[in-house]
Design a protein around this ligand. Structure first.
Ligand code: MOS
Length: 762
């Protein structure tokens, strides 16, 4: 299928098929709960039916009558665990709400008991028979609920450090020729990865093995060890394949240490497979947000003032927030900028990362507002963005390492046929269908983190790459194998990659779209160490320095330049000269500007992401432009989205096939987020109502008949050795706004609250 494997342009790798494709489609890929355990017991969770209050009493008589019940663990008899610290505050956890610690209830669906039995069915049956009496208090569910408290987010979470400001916003806004003030809202969403939030724990003496889908095996290993009070070297996390994560597996959830401790006490391996609805409350999610945008512009469209105020919901104890103003204040040139982010505390489980956490809600607001401003200015929205395109970070004045935003707009506009749009709302139709064209920008910070790798080369070219990275479905095995094959000059089919195991050299969290840049940079560096050794063996010593320089990729853009500048290395000859059977190297790579404690933190499973606007002397983002066609039925108000066209520039594209797949997935997710996805909350009980995949709407193929992905050639020598910008979280960012902008064009109605459904069209 040529459509599925676009040919590479300049500075792109080969579109080789996925390394793990056959294993996945034949069922040979083993996910965490597929791992065979020796004589396991099965756990089933009992979760709270109230959101706030306390447990008065359990009744177990009925439950204990189920044949095969081994144990029922509650706060009254649970093994003691140490408290955990939030991921974003230097710890490992996605929540500090620790279940089974006391009778107190912090949110609906909190784990309150674990039933262990000889079979899954027995554990489930017994769990359903556990009776719980509570003293319930009235919970606060979300914005505007009685009892919520609001506070500025600044300083409450190390993840959110600033409310960017520059110039004098108030004065400039006051004096602006054209002004816009608009408010926007985004809903609660749950990532719902296909693989459930399972965990299996098996002890061998005082060593623990955890099989669990994780985006961060080193984080999970260290976090569980800390909670159990044991040495991290005694814990191993294994997950060669992850059934989706989307952020929800980036931080440790309380379930793992609980199951590990019960397995230890019972002296038996335990497998836990929670249900889909339990996944809504035992893991993290995207919290609802509110925004107020103020834009001031001159009549010719130049932005003179921009203010973005955001509010987000979090749990009572944890100040989680995504703070997307760090991006929205830096996307366009504007001399007077102000921003503020606040957190509203409600009786909810702690939210966390979900696919482009800051950019999805915050760019929905900004990119919708820009479209509204374009209407006020009677200007093409693409031209408005061109007029305000930035070459420098408007807050800190640092230059973008590369920025192809307008090139993306131009390519996507051409492919989409934007010039055929008649700008007036309601001016295009086809029978009963009003047609709308809309567009928006997308961007995502380029992140990197320290990573290690071990590479072993044999005389016959067989290569083994070991790195505790994660295959969350993005193509990580594939691009790592490609990197090693290219750098060592061995055929791709001779490269074996081992990932998803905390006994391998540490790699960072598969989050913030940093994996490819980080892991491939580490693998590249270690392959170059091997090349050095081999070259030394076959080269006369006098020319060594020159040759080594020429061949081992001091140059920043590796694979292309390696292919061009390197002389071929005769591996067999080098091995014979060395007189060895295997050459193996281990190395640790860190991005430019990484903190001093980076490598120690890497081994300890602590996150040290560098990138975006936090780079020294520069700012690095990937960019894109998205164009959509919507059709809104005049009579039923049904909304369809027949065409999504996105053009993206993200530095070196390591593999156009896997990259396209991610970008396509992003566009589809973006459409889903605009028109379908939302977790409904029952305000009275602070409870998620549609906590299943029948009622939580996600698109099927018929919802996305036309998705076109264009990847631009972009070379960036200032970001990392492989020259790649993360793109996993790039494509779903602008889509919400593009669709609402198209709905405005189709209907003349500006909808500022997601998702947009037929009942929202008047
Ligand atoms: Mo992504 S939400 O950073 O896993």
């Amino acid at each position: 299928m040529t459509a599925a494997a676009p040919g590479p342009k300049t500075n792109m790798g080969q579109p080789v098929p996925r390394y793990d494709a056959a294993a996945k489609v034949t069922g040979r890929a083993t996910y965490a709960s597929d791992m065979p355990l020796d004589n396991p017991a099965y756990a089933f969770l009992v979760t709270s039916a109230i959101a706030k209050g306390r447990i008065d009493r359990f009744e177990f008589d009925d439950a204990k009558r189920v044949r095969g019940v081994i144990d029922i663990v509650t706060h009254e008899n649970a093994p003691k665990l140490k408290d955990s610290k939030l991921f974003s505050n230097g710890g490992y956890a996605g929540t500090t709400i620790q279940p089974l610690k006391s009778a107190e209830i912090a949110h609906d669906g909190q784990i309150i008991a674990v039933v262990v039995a000889e079979s899954y069915e027995a554990a489930r049956e017994a769990a359903n028979r556990v009776k719980v009496s509570y003293t319930a208090a009235a919970p606060s569910a979300t914005f505007d609920s009685p009892g919520t408290t609001t506070a500025a987010a600044k300083g409450q979470s190390s993840q959110f450090k600033e409310d960017p400001k520059i110039g004098d916003f108030a004065k400039a806004f006051d004096a602006a020729e054209v002004k816009l003030i608009a408010s926007y809202e985004t809903p609660t969403q749950h990532p719902n990865p296909m693989e459930l939030f399972t965990t299996s724990c098996a002890w061998m003496g005082d060593h623990l093995v955890i099989y669990e889908g994780s985006q961060y095996v080193y984080g999970l290993k260290n976090g569980v060890a800390e909670q159990l009070g044991i040495d991290a070297d005694k814990v191993r996390v294994v997950n060669p394949y992850v059934g989706g994560g989307f952020g929800s597996r980036g931080s440790m959830t309380p379930r793992t240490a609980i199951i590990a401790a019960i397995a230890k006490r019972l002296n038996r391996p335990i497998k836990l497979v929670p249900t889909r609805d339990q996944g809504f409350t035992i893991a993290t999610y995207r919290a609802e947000t509110r925004h107020e945008i103020k834009l001031g512009a001159s009549r010719d469209g130049k932005l003179v003032a921009l203010r973005h105020e955001g509010a987000e919901v979090s749990s009572r104890p944890d100040a989680y927030c995504v703070g997307g103003t760090k991006t929205t204040t830096r996307l366009y040139a504007c001399p007077n900028v102000d921003s503020l982010v606040s957190i509203v505390r409600a009786d909810r489980n702690t939210p966390g990362f979900m696919r482009s956490p800051p950019e999805v809600p915050y760019l929905f607001a900004l990119e919708s507002a820009l479209d509204e401003l374009a209407v006020k200015l009677n200007m093409d929205p693409v031209e408005l963005r061109r007029i305000n395109d930035a070459t420098r970070d408007p807050i800190d004045g640092k230059p973008y390492t590369s920025r192809s935003l307008m090139a993306c707009f131009d390519e996507a506009a051409r492919a989409f046929g934007w010039s055929q749009r008649s700008p007036q709302p309601k001016s295009m139709s086809d029978g009963d269908w009003l047609i709308g064209y809309g567009c928006a920008a997308t961007c995502y910070p380029t992140a990197m983190a320290p990573s290690a790798a071990r590479v072993r080369l044999q005389r016959d070219g067989r290569t083994r790459v070991e790195i505790a990275g994660h295959e969350i479905g993005t193509g990580a095995y594939t691009v790592i194998a490609q990197t090693a094959a290219e750098r060592l000059g061995v055929p791709l089919e001779k490269v074996a990659v081992f990932m998803g195991d905390s006994d391998l050299p540490p790699a960072p969290v598969a989050g913030g779209s940093n994996s490819t840049a980080s892991t491939c940079s580490a693998v590249m560096m270690v392959c170059d160490q091997i090349r050095q050794r081999l070259l030394k063996a076959v080269m006369p010593s006098d020319s060594l320095a020159d040759k080594a320089k020429e061949t081992v990729g001091i140059s920043p853009a590796p694979s292309t330049q390696a292919a061009k500048g390197d002389r071929p290395l005769d591996i067999e000859k080098a091995f014979d000269a060395l007189g060895v059977g295997v050459v193996e190297e281990y190395g640790e790579w860190k991005p430019e500007g990484a903190p001093m404690d980076s490598f120690r933190a890497m081994h300890n499973g602590q996150v040290r992401l560098v990138g975006g606007h936090q780079m020294k002397d520069k700012i690095a983002y990937a960019f894109g432009a998205e164009f959509v066609e919507v059709r809104v039925n005049r009579f039923t108000h049904e909304i369809r989205c027949p065409r999504l066209v996105g053009a993206f520039a993200a530095g070196r594209i390591m593999n156009p096939r896997t990259a396209r797949s991610q970008l396509m997935g992003g566009l589809i997710w973006g459409m889903s987020s605009a028109l379908l996805e939302a977790t409904e909350i029952d305000d009275r009980y602070a409870r998620y109502v549609n906590d299943n995949l029948a009622d939580y709407l996600v698109p099927v193929n018929a919802d996305v008949p036309g998705v076109e992905v264009i990847m631009l050639s972009e070379q960036d020598d200032h970001i990392n050795p492989v020259g790649a910008k993360g793109l996993g979280e790039l494509a779903n960012v602008g889509t919400n706004a593009a669709i609402c902008n198209a709905i405005y064009h189709a209907t003349g109605q500006r909808i500022r609250k997601l998702p947009v459904r037929l009942e929202n069209i008047e």
